[in-house]
Ligand binder design. Sequence first.
Ligand SMILES: [Zn+2]
Length: 253
Amino acid sequence: MIDTHCHLDFENYDDDREEVIRETIEGGVDRMINIGIDESTSIKGLELSEKYENIYASIGYHPHSASEFSKQVQDKLERLAQHPKAVAIGEVGLDYYRNYSPREDQINAFRRQIRLAAEMELPIVVHIREAMEESLKILKEENAGEFGGVLHCFPGSYEDSRRALDMNLMVAFGGTITFNNARAAKVAEKVPLKQIVLETDAPFLTPVPFRGKRNSPLYVHYVYKKLAEIKETDFAELEKKIDKNAVSLFNLS
Ligand SMILES: [Zn+2]
């Protein structure tokens, strides 16, 4: 089982990080990708990846921090992304819900990091909130799927997922598919398995039955289980297929 999106460097784990990671690995989640949201979290992700064989890192600037993005930052990210355990660029994207950074800055950071990913021949991890049209447009203009990528915590419709698939982009579902009457679950039902990877976004978006508590990459179990239910397929069979998708998308060993 692979958690393709978590934030183990966040302070939520400062008291018991080692324990959470150990429990997760012992619980059968054998690989995790720690996702950077700025320079320091990207560095912390790499540090974790050096300490634990099972952890990989994604390097990037979240749209929330896009106003801090600059040529200097880009050069630093480029250096970090050369690390052998850096497997992706992200999370990058557009967040027109919170708008913590001006939209112009978000678009600029998004485009520059898509180009960085292409230069580095790495897939991208994309965060989209209330900005699906604009994001898909930019992804297409920048030919973003050249080295693959994933729309994380996929917030779109089935039709949006088709457009992503046409661009060689996958979609990731997380804890939200376990929520009652979840729209994401209905979308997941229709998206072909070959286009899906799974994630937790821990410490956020904790799946049922732990909703409301701190999330852990261990709980990706519940996301796999829910998807197997949605797809009416055998758990072990589904696990094998989904893990294969993640391994090939992120070139995991
Ligand atoms: Zn995230």
